[in-house]
Design a binder for this molecule. Structure first.
Ligand code: ADP
Length: 305
């Protein structure tokens, strides 16, 4: 029952006015509404934005105060078991038994997921080890795995029940660029027939992988849509200038400075402006990172120009 081919069922995840306030008064989710189609969806936001709270709520691991979540014909908040049958989840913190090989542990997880037929289970484990590029190291104990290998193992276990909804929470944090790339390659193969939600604070994750995205900050959705269309919104509006560090505050008073960083060793600012400000600024092609910083800026400084 876990391996029914689901290619025909195009799913959509609809989140409507979801809210959650923790007992300490923190409003982690405030009226979140999102429409998430099949494919890779990037949920981008800074630390503390509410991403994990949202992921855990969708994964039925915690309750919301109000609102609804619907996947296809499953009312997620009410039909928790139905959702769990079709869910794959790679949480932010992911414990592994260090003294067991990847192959043995994956087999063990498959038993726990109810795949009782041994032949079927072995085939599935082999297929997933291949898919996540771990087949060569399948006999090694997980203790010796790098961060990237562990994350790929996490994806393999999340795929055991052929999920219709896959949630991956901050998967690339702490991975070096090579491992991150390998992880992207594994994820990019999955998206087409599954709703995949990738929660991250790393803009490049979304840029590389996602056909749809949302930015959340302080429990609010600031923006959602297709990254290319979203980029259009900043077309001809982002300007760059290399400055002296001492001038930064002055620029901040006069312009909407969305980011400040070193560029080739020099302090450099990006601003959003409707017209060319002159003053030594040059127009640049907006990047997704500019969209992100500008949304976070507007969300944090709602009265600024
Ligand atoms: P993110 O995953 O985007 O970093 P979280 O969902 O973990 O964000 O956290 C959102 C906000 O809720 C943060 O301010 C965090 O401190 C707070 N928070 C998260 N979990 C709890 C909890 N169990 N109890 C109280 N506050 C929490």
């Amino acid at each position: 029952m876990f391996h029914i081919n689901q290619k025909m069922n195009s799913m959509e995840l609809r989140i409507d006015k979801l809210s959650k306030t923790y007992s300490n008064g923190i409003k982690a989710l405030q009226n979140i509404s999102l429409e998430i189609p099949n494919g890779m969806f990037g949920l981008l936001g800074p630390n503390g934005a509410g991403k994990s709270t949202l992921m855990r709520t969708i994964a039925t691991l915690q309750e919301a105060d109000s609102g609804s979540i619907i996947l296809g014909d499953i009312d997620v908040l009410k039909q928790k078991n139905a959702l769990r049958q079709v869910l794959g989840y790679l949480p932010q913190q992911f414990g592994l038994y260090p003294k067991i090989s990847a192959e043995v542990l994956l087999n063990h997880f498959a038993v726990l997921k109810g795949i009782t037929n041994k032949g079927e289970r072995n085939d599935l484990v082999d297929a997933l080890l291949h898919k996540t590029n771990l087949y060569e190291v399948r006999k090694q104990n997980l203790k010796g795995f790098s961060g990237g290998m562990k994350q790929r193992f996490g994806i393999a276990q999340a795929l055991l029940n052929n999920p219709k909804l896959l949630i991956v929470d901050e998967p690339t944090a702490g991975l070096d660029p090579v491992e991150r790339n390998r992880f992207y390659n594994v994820l990019s193969e999955l998206g087409e027939h599954t709703v995949v939600i990738l929660s991250t604070h790393i803009v490049d994750d979304v840029k590389e992988l996602c056909t749809n995205m949302a930015i959340i900050n302080q429990g609010h959705v600031c923006l959602q849509g297709n990254p290319l269309q979203i980029l259009e919104g900043l077309k001809d509006k982002v300007y760059r200038k290399t400055i002296d560090k001492a001038e930064l505050n002055c620029y901040k008073e006069n312009y909407q400075v969305i980011s400040e960083r070193l560029f080739l060793g020099k302090p450099t600012i990006h601003i959003v402006n409707d017209k060319n400000p002159g003053d030594g600024f040059s127009l640049i092609n907006a990047e997704l990172e500019d969209v992100y910083f500008s949304e976070i800026f507007n969300n944090t400084n709602p009265k600024s120009n």
